[in-house]
Design a protein around this ligand. Structure first.
Ligand SMILES: [Zn+2]
Length: 315
């Protein structure tokens, strides 16, 4: 699932309940239209990719260091103060429960400032599982993820990416981290997945990775990128009994685009957000909220549903 920002960087009103099958046309992003690709599917879903731990890309060790309370990245702060639902105005996370961490990885001893993970203390996804999930994403692809924000799913779950950061409510499948990271690598404004090269590849192929990928080119790219990561860095996907040649053009196109960002031994870098914010410059960024954690929010934001529920166990 993706959410959209306009090219000017101003967040468009987020439409509650955006689902992949009902992607609305949003002004300024007319190239992002719903388009059922109507392709065959190699797999029904990606369950097989995580059916055995040996199939998952090796987890690179990461270490989190907690921030002192009172300073919060704006997007993390904003997600926390969204209403729980349309009928429950409590915030998704009380400010005193909002934890912020700097996270460093062993495959990235230099070259990039720490990743930032925000989580509510009641998130189903533990800090370690979040660090480990991102540790399955190669360093280059991981570098383009500015923040990871995890909240409680309150009985269900879902997640999305805004193209810079990734957001989660509940406990997702392990492939979710790669999928959302790929959206963050589909820069800028999901331009690659909506561009000529990748769409020519789709047109030339007879299948897409799974049913979810059939929603539109952007979701397809995120699934193709995930397939590549698991195939290259995890267990080569030879256990499905299926011939991936029916999506060979998409695999080649995405692999050429992602290039060294798929390399487990690749380099890390400080990635600018599409809004011009650079992840590593947090101390001089304007989007750090400084607030007494014991004070109530000055203002709650409307409920916004997570997307991508297919990556989460149903309840
Ligand atoms: Zn997605």
């Amino acid at each position: 699932m993706v959410r959209f920002t306009s090219v000017s960087g101003l967040a468009l009103a987020l439409v509650p309940g955006i689902q992949a099958h009902t992607l609305p046309l949003l002004r300024g992003m007319s190239q992002l239209t719903q388009r059922d690709l109507a392709k065959g599917t190699l797999l029904d879903n990606f369950d097989a990719l995580t059916a055995d731990p040996s199939r998952i890309p090796p987890i690179v060790k990461g270490t989190g260091t907690k921030w002192e309370p009172g300073r919060y990245p704006q997007n993390c702060y904003d997600k926390a103060r969204e209403a729980l639902s349309d009928t429950d105005a409590r915030p998704k996370c009380q400010l005193q429960d909002l934890e912020v961490y700097d996270v460093t990885y062993e495959d990235c001893p230099s070259g990039r400032d720490p990743w930032i993970i925000c989580r509510c203390s009641n998130s189903e996804l533990s800090l370690q599982d979040t660090i480990d999930g991102m540790g399955t994403v190669p360093p280059g692809a991981r570098s383009n993820v500015l923040h990871v924000v995890t909240m409680n799913g309150f009985g269900s779950g879902g997640g999305y990416s805004d193209g810079n950061s990734i957001f989660c409510g509940g406990a997702p499948a392990k492939t979710w981290f790669s999928h959302e990271a790929m959206h963050c690598n589909d820069r800028d404004g999901f331009a690659f997945s909506n561009g000529e090269d990748f769409n020519n590849a789709i047109n030339a192929d007879s299948c897409v990775p799974d049913a979810y990928a059939n929603n539109n080119p952007t979701e397809d790219f995120a699934q193709v990128g995930t397939y590549l990561n698991y195939n290259i860095n995890g267990h080569a996907i030879d256990y499905t009994g299926k011939d991936a040649g029916c999506m060979g053009n998409q695999l080649n196109s995405a692999q050429a685009y992602l290039a060294e960002r798929l390399d487990r031994n690749g380099v890390c870098f400080n990635a600018p957000g599409t809004d011009g914010i650079v992840n590593g410059k947090r101390d001089t960024r304007r989007d750090i909220v400084e607030r007494d954690p014991n004070a109530p929010y000055e203002k709650l934001l409307p409920h916004t549903a997570y997307g991508h529920s297919e990556f989460f166990p149903s309840h």
